[in-house]
Design a protein around this ligand. Structure first.
Ligand SMILES: Cc1cc2nc3c(=O)[nH]c(=O)nc-3n(C[C@H](O)[C@H](O)[C@H](O)COP(=O)(O)OP(=O)(O)OC[C@H]3O[C@@H](n4cnc5c(N)ncnc54)[C@H](O)[C@@H]3O)c2cc1C
Ligand code: FES
Length: 364
């Protein structure tokens, strides 16, 4: 591909390669309110060196909250073209433990522990000349990083960006996206809001995204490679809209932030109603603990039911947090990019998306 956007994944910026298995402290340098419940936190590394990542990748951050070590994934909303500062944009989830902790605790000068960038949801790997970005709520963050990178590089890629929010006041990065659409001739932005106070002055869509709305605003949507991010119900409906609209499913990519999305999105992850009700025994080699689990359960969920504390974050085979070694037995693993082939060869498995097909011995 000739567009310089595609070079991001291979460029050398002098930035340190920060493996996704390695933790380091990031120091907060800026906190900016985006909306009433969304805040961007920007960080520098302790030694001030730049960070190398691809637009759309996320960090898994970790902190002790109420005496418990928790890990959560947050997409880097800043672009890799500005590698000295990495930003995450966090929505305060009602009753959410980590998001509220970040909002209430992280201030300039404070440290946040993080694993290196991870994830394969990025448009840099695509050679398509025309892209369709579809996001809802805080799912805008990976697409924002991609859009900012395109802008910084003066990319020629044709981007149609359709973002859904509850109300205009909930649109994250609204002013910046409008500015990008004025500055980049091939960057089109369209907002869809469920509720609008002053419909007379609102130029976007009202209600939920529909095929009619999409065809009206992005008539050539079938020619575009689609990148979608948002809550599980939103992505379900986007997939359905694109299916009915005859969009080529091989030109479709998605990432979900939803903790239930792995189940909701991928039917292969669902316990099948008519699956045989097998029970397998799980033995933990280090602790010596043994328990039985249902074959339809994920190993992670069975461990939690058995009272075994194990770090996990996305629950959908994306982040790699629950990666553990399987010493004996076999599992059916349906991951979403959180583990590499060579790690699988070495016996590692993501327990959140693995179901047993025999008795297991785990290196725990
Ligand atoms: C790859 C990836 C990238 C992400 N990027 C972003 C991002 O850029 N920005 C962003 O804001 N978020 C992002 N997320 C989501 C983020 O990781 C967290 O899931 C989110 O912040 C909520 O975490 P929390 O600890 O606040 O909520 P949690 O405490 O984990 O709770 C989540 C929800 O579940 C409910 N809940 C909790 N416990 C229970 C229970 N026992 N029964 C029923 N309901 C319960 C809570 O009320 C809440 O609604 C991303 C997730 C992934 C997987
Ligand atoms: S918890 Fe994220 S891959 Fe398992």
């Amino acid at each position: 591909m000739s567009d310089r956007f595609s070079n991001i994944s291979t460029w050398e910026s002098g930035a340190r390669n920060w493996p996704s298995s390695e933790q380091q402290d990031l120091i907060c340098c800026r906190v900016e309110a985006e909306t009433h419940d969304v805040v961007t936190f920007s960080f520098v590394t302790e030694d001030g060196r730049p960070v190398r990542f691809e637009p759309g990748q996320f960090l898994t951050v970790s902190a002790s909250v109420n005496g418990q070590t928790l890990e959560r994934c947050y997409t880097i909303s800043s672009p890799p073209t500005r590698p000295f500062v990495v930003s995450i944009t966090v929505k305060r989830v009602p009753d959410g433990v980590f998001s509220n902790w970040i909002h209430d605790t992280i201030r300039p000068g404070k440290a946040l522990r993080a694993y290196g960038p991870s994830g394969s949801f990025t448009s840099t790997a695509s050679s398509a000349p025309k892209l369709l970005y579809l996001s809802a709520g805080s799912g805008i963050t990976p697409l924002m990083s991609m859009s900012r990178a395109s802008f910084d590089l003066g990319s020629e890629i044709d981007i149609a960006f359709v973002h859904s929010a509850r109300t205009p006041a909930d649109i994250v990065f609204r002013d910046e996206l409008l500015r990008l659409s004025q500055l980049l001739p091939k960057f089109k932005i369209f907002f869809v809001c469920e509720g609008v106070d002053d419909a007379g002055s609102w130029e976007g869509g009202i209600g939920r995204l529909s095929l009619e709305m999409l065809s009206d605003r992005v008539p050539d949507y079938k020619d575009r490679e689609a990148f979608t991010c948002g809550p599980a119900p939103y992505m379900h409906s986007v997939r359905e809209i694109l299916r009915v609209g005859s969009h080529d499913p091989t030109k479709y990519h998605q990432e979900s932030f939803d903790i239930t999305a792995g189940v909701a999105l991928d039917p292969t992850l669902l316990p099948e109603a008519n699956a045989p009700k097998n029970t397998f025994t799980v033995k933990l080699a280090k602790s010596g603990k043994t328990f039985d689990m249902d074959a339809s359960d994920t190993v992670l969920s069975a461990l939690k039911k058995a009272g075994v504390a194990i770090a996990s974050s996305c629950s959908q085979g994306v982040c790699g947090t629950c990666k553990s070694r399987l010493l004996e037995g076999s599992v059916d693993m349906n991951h979403n990019g959180g583990i590499r082939e060579r790690e699988i060869q070495k016996g590692l498995r993501l327990l959140c998306c693995s179901r047993p097909t025999s008795n297991l011995v785990l290196d725990l």
